[in-house]
Write a protein that binds this ligand. Sequence first.
Ligand code: C5P
Length: 208
Amino acid sequence: QGATVIAVDGPAAAGKGTLARRLAEALGLPFLDTGLLYRAVGRRVLDAGADPRDAAIAEAAARALTPADLERTDLRGPMADMAASAVAAIPAVRAALLDFQRAFGRARGAVLDGRDIGTVVFPDARVKLFVTASVEERARRRFLELRGRGVAADPAQVEAEIRDRDAQDANRPVAPLRPAEDAVILDTTALDAEAAFAKALALVRERL
Ligand code: C5P
């Protein structure tokens, strides 16, 4: 039967991070935010003054990644978002991060959130959720989150950035953003965080 792996995938700002973290807590499983890995790689490339689309530099950054990179406080924001999405389109970067994600999940089971957990990283995950919401609602949530953190943002620009990043993630040739065939789709457009969590936990429990 193996370790219990739960895949939580979906587009940007769908609330899957918070949801996946709470699921992990409720189920007593380790949690891995895989987006953080791509964000940390993008950050390293930006720090080197390089272009996140540069495959050789991005691959070297992925191979040099350390746990301390994941603790950085500057991994969220428009620059980091787009840099993460750019390095994530590079096959060698994805390959470099694959073993770590698999080893993490296999050790003690885990809830992992990302874009390709159910399709590529753990195609045999016990439960696969694809968490989504309308782009307008996701933009609204991201805008409120930024404002809550004291970051000045323009609502139209936040929505445009989310649309761009989704398009880039969904249209890349390797591990594109899409639901696995056996994923359960959870649309949270009309749900608050509490209701989304309750629904997700019920869906997971039914399948364990
Ligand atoms: O989930 P988050 O928004 O933090 O992810 C940042 C970026 O990392 C995404 O836009 C996507 O390009 C990439 N990503 C990915 N595969 C994952 C997780 C994140 O390609 N499993």
